[in-house]
Write a new protein. Sequence first.
Length: 452
Amino acid sequence: MTMQTPPASGASKKPLFSILSRLSLLMVAILLLTVAISMLMLYLLPDQLWLATGLSLAIVLPIGLGILRSQLQAMIKLFHTLAGTVISYQDNDFSIGVHWPLQDELGELVEAHNALGDVLRRQRLDLVQRELLLDTMVQNTPVAMMLVADHGPIVFANIAARQLLNQGRKLEGFSFNDVLTQVSSSLFEAIQRGGDGLFTVAARDAEEEEEVYHLARRNFSLNGRHHELFLLRHLTVELRRQEVQTWKKVIRVISHELNNSLAPIASLANSAAVLVSRGQTERLPGILHTIEERTRHLESFIDGYARFAKLPTPRLEHTHWNSFIAGLKSQVIFTIVDSLPEEAVNLDRAQMEHALLNLLKNAHESGSREDDVSLSIRVLQGMARIEVMDRGSGMSDTVMSNALIPFYSTKRSGTGLGLALVREIIEAHGGRISLQNREGGGLTVSLFLPLI
């Protein structure tokens, strides 16, 4: 019996000489040898039966035990070899095979064992190839991926995550909390809030623009230990591309609406001129009334878009939260979470009131109960954090990634200007906006405003 590289597995062969047959022949041979030696001893010592018997056993037993030992020793060595290959399999080493020269039951066992090793080796090779393919895809995806074990060490980070969080340097082995101290405040706050969400990173200088990211996180168990996967998707380029497409759509909509309104007005005006030239003025009031209706409709339509396109510069004034919230409460129902801050803030009351009314109206239209629509205001590190929360259906990843784009709406009669206008107002105040799905259902819209 030897160890070798396993041959290709084939069909199992029927044993030609079984272990039981071989041992039976061995016992018969030993028995015949014992009888022959006993007869010889009796012939040589006819009058000494016990001495002849003792001498026969002394000769036969060592020979028989030696023969049995030689047969069993090879089997025992085979069993140890099989145990060793099983340990190799546990260590993912499938290169060792076993050879047994006899065609018996042990030969069948060795053949099946080698066939198993061959299958495991092929599966291991396929698995390694798949792992290489998956690692190549993960490393080169533009989505930053980071795997953290129990909020402790970072166990995996792809190229995008290294570039985003550590200037391209390795992140594995570093403490997750230590890495968080070096990231932007908006990313830190998005991670601390938990759940999925959209957030913006402010531009570092006037020549750059703000960056928009979508954060997704998933929890699972790996090797009996809790892990959390963070996915950061850069949406700035995609948002800009979608905004261009949206503006093209808006231009087509405005052009269509203008044509639909101006063509009837021109026709009615021509009809009115004809009637005046004929002295038939009795139909003029109806024509003028129709022209007035079409004009007012067109004015209302254009005004909705103009408010977004021509948002005036905020006129900041020193504002206390108590009086500001009192004005909101007179217009919409909501609950205040915790007490209002004593620190005042500089803001344009009309614009900020319009922004919060939009958010609170959206919260009521989300399917949330009235008493689940709430507003929270806190002051943290020189920033006022305003949160509008509901218990509606929340947002899918697709809707959330498009929610801040002008004219994007999931409502049949929506204009898609609500959240986009809120974003413009907040950014005009030097702040930022982020969206976050709540645990247990619902949405949180967070507004961050500088106090000064």
